[in-house]
Design a protein around this ligand. Sequence first.
Ligand code: NAD
Ligand code: UD1
Length: 335
Amino acid sequence: MNIMITGGCGYIGSHVTISLEKLGHNITIYDNFSNSNKDQIKRLDLICTSNIDYICADITDTKSLKNILKDKKIESVVHMAGLKYVGDSESDPISYYENNVSGTISLLKAMNECEIKNLVFSSSATVYGEPEYLPIDENHSTSPISVYGRTKLYVENILKDLSLSDPDWSIICLRYFNPAGAHHSGFIGEEITSKSENLFPTIGKVLSGITPSLKVYGRDYQTHDGTGIRDYIHVSDLSEGHAMSVEYVNNNKGIENINLGRGHGYSVLEVIKSFEKITKKKIPYEFAEFRSGDISSSFADVTKAKQILGWIATRDLDDMCKSMWYYDQNKDSIF
Ligand code: NAD
Ligand code: UD1
C-alpha cells in the first residue's frame, strides 16, 4: 500500500515508518523538519530496505499536499506532524493552533479532494485531563488542561464531524499515553532539545551531564511512593499499533478513538531505579514543587485496542530505559 506519513521524520514518526516499511508498504514522508533533523533521513535509510520518499514541505500548504497525494498515489495517511511541547503551547498558542488545527484542516481538504479517506491521527491521552477514574477508557470525559491538549481535542472533534458528514471516511484517533524508549538498532530515538520537559528526555539530560540533577515534581501524591504515576509505552510497541491501525482503516469505515498504553503505570522513582539498574549510574535527584497542570496518576484501559486492533504492548519499563540508553550511547557513531 502507498502510505503518506506526515511528521515521519520525528521521534514517533520515524519508528512508525520502520514498522510500516517492514510490512512491505511504500512510504512517503511529508515533514517540514521544524522539529527534526535531516540526518534522520540517513538514519532511516540505514534501517529500511526499500526506498523511502522524503518531501520537505509544510502541512499548511494544501496545494503541495494535493500534488504529493496524487503523484505518489497515496491510499492512506498517518498524520503525526504537529507541535508537541506543552509549555511552548501556553506561550505561543497561535503557532500551536496554526500547525495542529489549521494544518490538519489543510490535510483533510487535500485528502478529500483526492478522494483519499483513510486516516490514522496522532492524538494524546492529554485530551482526558484530570482522571475521574482509573484505568482511563475511551469513554472517559475529555477536558484537556493545556493549549496543546485542546489542539488535539479540536482535531478529534473535527474528524468526528467529518466522519458524520461522509460515511466513506475511515479514521482512527490514537490516544497515546507516555511514549518512551528507542529503536533497538540504536540509530533512531528521541532527540533531546531545550524544550524537552518529559521525564525520559530529562533523565537523558542528567545522564549525559547536561543537567546536574533531576527535579522530581511532587512527593506527596496519593501513590505507593508519593511520586506521579504514568503509563509509559515503548515507542516500538506504539509504532506497531499504528501499523495495525492502518490495516484497520483500510478494511472498516467510521471513526474510533483508541488508547495506546500498557495498561499499567510506573512512578517517577521506579523509572529512576530502572535507569540506575541499566546504566549502572547514580541519577542524582531532588524533590521539587508540583509541576503546574500535573496529575497524580494516569494509566490506560487498553481493552479496546486489543479488541479492535488485536494489539497489545509487549515491551516493559526496562526495555524502554535500555533502548533509550543504547540510543544515547550509539547515536553519533554512525556519522
Ligand atoms: P516530533 O516533534 O518528534 O515529530 C513531529 C514531526 O512533525 C517533526 O519531524 C516536525 O518537523 C514535523 N512537523 C511539525 N509541524 C509540521 C508542519 N506544519 N508541517 C510538516 N511537518 C511538521 O513529535 P513526536 O514525539 O514524534 O510526536 C508525533 C505526534 O504524536 C505529534 O502530533 C504529537 O503531538 C503526538 N504525541 C506525541 C507524544 C509524545 O510524548 N511524544 C504524546 C502524545 C501525542
Ligand atoms: C506531559 C504533558 C502532557 C503530554 C505528555 C506526553 C504536562 C503537564 N503534561 O505529561 O500534556 O501529553 O507529557 O508528551 O507537561 N517528572 C518529573 N521531573 C521531570 C519531568 C517529569 O518528576 O523533570 C514527572 C512528572 O511530574 C510526571 C512524570 O514525571 O509525574 C511524567 O512526566 P512527563 O514525562 O512530562 O509526562 P506527563 O506528565 O504525563
